[in-house]
Ligand binder design. Structure first.
Ligand code: ARG
Length: 564
């Protein structure tokens, strides 16, 4: 929050270093007796050719100490102890006036960020792995937007490629229209699998599939019609999931969108002399970068996934003039993106450096019941539905008289799943187990949502409080100070999470807020306090905590409920 800024400004006038440099250097000490903020003087010592402990002493004597209880020089560190009542008053009034805008800023004003996320493949299941990209992408979208960036969410649908030749061949032979109507992707998957089985017995089917794809590329009516139909029914199903998750995209420009933009890419590469022939294919040699070549055109003349990503990146730069261009895609595609970004750079596009691959790991299942036979996939929709059912059972047990149980079960069930995905350091694999994700006492979505509802219930019972009759300096217990400090760092946490493209930093922060809140709640009475000014101060703290939890979860794409 403000503190780092205040310290940086004061130190900047004293040292001549820029406020940005100082802000980056400021640390949060590991122990409270070392202060709330610390400025290491070692870098300064090098430029000034002076001992760090002398510098810290001098700065300590000269610095303006208002807003701080004390400032100490310990070795090469300058330690700042914030004035607790000043901290409480400033932080809580800021939260209570800014409300749903608390934590937001304008640092991204005028800058656009394109975020390619979710991007499932048409006619294939939207499986549990896709939620990883969907949840992270959506969280980054909301978090960047909260800092004033203009975000463009792009669903780069996998809607082109030779597999459509096979699907069309299969469709014409075996589709059950009624099943397609009911469960389109299950039916498309069934005929796709059947195609492969049949093609083993009768290899001529492969030729037929190739012919259908060729016809599709040439724009022949029947193939185009069937391709459109397959895409349409798949999208209906995907949209059902996006609706459940309340996720929206600004663009559905998928792979097929770039069909008429491929020639230009190939020409540009040719002009730059980047294309070489290798076994009949056209490739960009990347030996110098220790990477296998980036294939542009296969020996049959067809362009591929990578070519489309080159066209897409160029299109995005031209259309959106992005500041950053982000791809939220699993780590197995790390090499692919390195090849694409390096090729863009070789083409002379310096903005290739602004393209970022945000990778993530795999989703594994600990529950016996969930792990399926090899080759089977778990449909995300089934998983979400099960989460809602299980949440409903838990709510029945905990609070049978609750009014809108179905609505609450939806928010809690879906929230629990999304929270699990976002709690994880994204490059690590997720081990999914129902026990863990729906545990009301663990580090889970329901735990945080429950903490929020608990706070709201206190505020309802208090029936309002008079903020003008409040003494913030009375919030001086360890638990209260700890909680206020956490609430004050909300914006810092968001910025830090964005710098690393790591929503889990925000998720863990929200867990911390909920835990610290519960500690405070369990140790300190609120409604029964006689001292009106202390009672009001505690109610203001509860109020501010619920605002931060709600804002934080909302940036992750998770809702709260007032009662549960
Ligand atoms: N459809 C791809 C998949 O499911 C992900 C696409 C990611 N975006 C991109 N621009 N390549 O693996």
């Amino acid at each position: 929050m403000e503190y780092k800024k205040i310290i940086s400004e004061r130190l900047s006038t004293l040292t001549g270093l820029s406020t940005e440099t100082i802000e980056k250097l400021i640390e949060i000490p590991p122990k409270p007796d070392m202060g709330d903020f610390a400025f290491p003087c070692f870098q300064l010592a090098k430029t000034l050719r002076k001992a760090p402990n002398l510098i810290s002493q001098e700065l300590k004597d000269k610095i303006d100490k208002s807003g701080f209880e004390k400032v100490e020089a310990v070795g090469g560190y300058l330690n700042f102890f914030v004035d607790k009542s000043y901290l409480a008053k400033n932080t809580l009034s800021k939260i209570l006036t800014e409300k749903e805008k608390y934590g937001h800023s304008n640092i991204g004003k005028g800058k656009t960020i394109t975020i390619d996320f979710s991007s499932p493949n048409i006619a294939k299941p939207f499986h549990v792995g896709h939620l990883y990209s969907t949840a992270i992408g959506n969280a980054l979208y909301k978090m960047f937007s909260s800092q004033g960036y203009k975000c463009v969410g792009i669903n780069h649908l996998g809607d082109w490629g030779t597999q459509f030749g096979k699907l069309i061949a299969a469709y014409k032979r075996w589709v059950d229209e009624e099943a397609l109507e009911k469960e389109p992707i299950k039916e498309l998957l069934r005929i796709y699998v059947k195609f492969h089985e049949e093609a083993e017995k009768d290899p001529s089917l492969e030729d037929i599939a190739r012919m259908h794809f060729k016809n599709l590329e040439d724009g022949k009516e029947e193939e185009v019609m069937l391709w459109k139909k397959i895409k349409e029914v798949s999208l209906i199903e995907f949209n059902r999931i996006y609706d459940m998750l309340k996720i929206k995209f600004d663009s559905y420009a998928g792979e097929s969108f770039y069909n008429d933009k491929m020639d230009e890419v190939v020409e540009l590469l040719q002009e730059k002399g980047l294309l070489t022939e290798s076994k009949g294919a056209l490739v960009v040699n990347l030996d110098e970068y220790n990477m296998p070549p980036c294939i542009i055109k296969k020996s049959d003349g067809a362009t591929i996934y990578a070519t489309r990503d080159l066209a897409a990146a160029i299109y995005r730069k031209r259309t959106y003039d992005f500041y950053k261009n982000i791809y939220v895609v699993g780590t197995p595609q790390t090499l692919h993106f390195k090849q694409v970004f390096t090729t863009l750079k070789l083409m002379g596009f310096d903005w290739a450096d602004d393209c970022i691959h945000v990778g993530f790991g795999l989703v594994k299942f600990a529950d016996k019941k969930l792990s399926t036979r090899k080759g089977d996939v778990i449909f995300l929709e089934d998983l979400l539905k099960e989460a809602i059912e299980r949440a409903k059972e838990l709510i029945e047990q905990k609070n049978a008289s609750l009014e809108n149980k179905d609505e609450v079960a939806k928010v809690v069930g879906i929230g629990a799943v999304v929270f699990t995905y976002l709690k994880n350091n994204r490059e690590r694999d997720i081990i999914f187990s129902w026990e863990d994700i729906l545990n009301f006492d663990g580090e889970t979505g329901p735990y945080v949502q429950y903490s929020y509802a608990r706070g709201r219930s206190v505020l309802r019972k208090a029936n309002g409080y008079d903020i003008s009759n409040t003494d913030f300096s009375k919030l001086n217990s360890q638990e209260e100070t700890e909680l206020i400090k956490l609430l004050a760092s909300f914006n810092d946490v968001i910025i830090n999470a964005l710098e690393k493209y790591e929503p889990s930093i925000l998720t863990r922060y929200i867990i911390d807020v909920a835990k610290t809140f519960n500690k405070f709640y369990n140790l300190h009475p609120i409604l029964s306090v006689e001292d009106e000014m202390l009672k009001n101060a505690r109610l203001a703290l509860v109020d501010a905590t619920t605002i931060v939890i709600k804002n934080g979860l909302s940036l992750l794409g998770i809702d709260v409920v007032e009662r549960m």
